[in-house]
Ligand binder design. Sequence first.
Ligand SMILES: [Zn+2]
Length: 244
Amino acid sequence: MIQRTEAIILKTQNWSESSRIIHAFTRKFGRMKFMAKGVRRTKSKFGAAFDPGTLSQVVFYRSIRSEIHTASEASVVFYPGQTCRTENLCFLAPALEVAYRATDLESPNLALFNNLLVLLKALENSPGPQHPLAEFCLASINNLGYHPVLDRCLDCRKPISEEQFLFSLSLGGLLCPGCCKKHGESVALTRPVLKGLDFWQQHDYLPPMETADSLFLIRLLAEFINHHLSGHSRLVSFKYLPRD
Ligand SMILES: [Zn+2]
């Protein structure tokens, strides 16, 4: 059966001398695998449509027997790298990796697809690419069903004191210093990061933040995702982000 969908290309895998398997997040069907025959040739009919980070229109034969479907046509709808600053592009790979890890094969997830699309568009002209990536990571965590508790200690339920904000990676919320000892791995939050998280919970977007605070938040969220998507390897592309 021939079908058509918009797809954001997440990653590719060489298959033969001329073919690749394309892992894409499609609008209609969720994450899918496509066989792209001839894509590695210089004059491929697919052009740049299967480059990671591209939003493309893909026409494919949907297989009933295999999870790999055969792409027959593809054209670029949008690629942030055409006009965005090169330094913004290193913020694209972590988002593609999170989208790959946070989705199941052929299980539609329109909310997360739209979140990723917002990020692609934001990278094109954002002066601070860390901000939309932090928002995408938060949206992914919500999409996975996690909603951090920020107004009290998760264990003893006491209101959190003014000085100490310890975020538990395993429990997904704040702990007081006393309870923190019982639960192991936790990260000390700064006040701006805590305020940012609190604002996000109320408004679904982040307030303006210093670059260093956004980068700290991104690394915290990557650790959280690593912790909760067990059984997989750790996220790798976050280590290539700038440190401050
Ligand atoms: Zn406590």
